[in-house]
Design a protein around this ligand. Sequence first.
Ligand SMILES: NC(=O)c1ccc[n+]([C@@H]2O[C@H](COP(=O)([O-])OP(=O)(O)OC[C@H]3O[C@@H](n4cnc5c(N)ncnc54)[C@H](O)[C@@H]3O)[C@@H](O)[C@H]2O)c1
Length: 260
Amino acid sequence: MRMKDKVAIITGAASGIGKDIAFVYAKEGAKVVIADLNHDSANLTAKEIQSSGGQAMAIAVDVTNEKQVDDGIAKAVDQFGGVDVLISNAGIQIIESVDKLSFDNWKKLLAIHLDGAFLTTRACLRYMYKQGRGGSIIYMGSVHSKEASVLKGPYVTAKHGLIGLCKVVAKEGAQYGVRANVICPGFVRTPLVEKQIPEQAKSLGISEADVIKKVMLKDTVDGEFTTVDDVANTALFLASFGSNALTGQSIVVSHGWFMQ
Ligand SMILES: NC(=O)c1ccc[n+]([C@@H]2O[C@H](COP(=O)([O-])OP(=O)(O)OC[C@H]3O[C@@H](n4cnc5c(N)ncnc54)[C@H](O)[C@@H]3O)[C@@H](O)[C@H]2O)c1
């Protein structure tokens, strides 16, 4: 029980990576808050965790909406008695080259990844600083926090930006025992990735099998996808780490696609 009675708010936890982190944390004794735009799926995820013996609640939150974030986190803190961990994970992908990308799509992606990270961080820090029991903020970066790929201009920009925010939060939060770190996964087969396989095939004029082999997994050491459990176990390690020694870092979990 490495997370016994810790309160963890996870954005984008109704699907993919966030959902798996919620299950792993709940199994380790955490009270998990499923914060997602998709309220039906968030409720369903919370119910699944409860029926397997865990503690969970759902909040309907668009992470780009200041009031929804502040109200949702206040509700979670009230119900579960504080907040110890934030996983800022909600995200989308938009596949387009920079010359063709609309300004609306640029702003939409940056808002979800960067405004969302800022608003949820700010809301949680205000409670963490007052509670006096420290905390852990974890951003879902990507190998694209370190590397670039074609057709992913706003995503690469946003994921690099999260590392900057993380480093500032690590410095400001230290005196309160609040740590901040970034997880940088390689490709994980979630709905976000399933959607972009045919999109990339069309844009690059190659087959879907080649998108997987020659684009997504080309530079890994073994041609393997990273799994949701690989990412969740990293999130467990970071959240349960016992001191300020591990803060301001970005950890790449990608089958060696990117080596620091
Ligand atoms: N799948 C990968 O290969 C991969 C690799 C590296 C990083 N990531 C990152 O991991 C995170 C999760 O991605 P995933 O692959 O699990 O995707 P996913 O599509 O399975 O899940 C994303 C979740 O975010 C929610 N969401 C989207 N916009 C939101 C908003 N405005 N407010 C609240 N919730 C919102 C969605 O409803 C969904 O439940 C993202 O930040 C993504 O960039 C994914």
